[in-house]
Ligand binder design. Structure first.
Ligand code: ZN
Length: 94
């Protein structure tokens, strides 16, 4: 196996407190250190931000849905079930 030039500097944990240096070739240089595509800190930061945004979006959508349900339940208080079922049929256009 030929020596990998500019090897990724990232330590990879294998469990039981053991770690070894990533064996992949460094493809990007960040502050003088080489990283493979998987361990590129900038890519990881971007990825995390994307995940966070997706999570936040989903959370907001769910919150809106919960709020809608909460309001509907509040409005529905005291209305007989048969009547609610009728409204539901009207609302869904049945
Ligand atoms: Zn790596």
């Amino acid at each position: 196996m030929e020596a990998v030039k500019n090897r990724c500097c990232k330590k990879v944990y294998t469990g039981n407190w053991l770690s070894h240096q990533c064996s992949r070739k460094g493809v990007v240089c960040r502050e003088g250190k080489y990283y493979c595509n998987q361990h590129d800190p900038i890519r990881i930061t971007k990825e995390n931000r994307k995940k966070e945004e997706a999570w936040r979006k989903r959370h907001d959508e769910q919150s809106a849905e919960f709020e809608r349900t909460r309001i509907l339940l509040g409005l529905a208080k005291g209305i007989p079930t048969e009547e609610l079922e009728l409204y539901e049929l009207i609302l869904i256009g049945a």
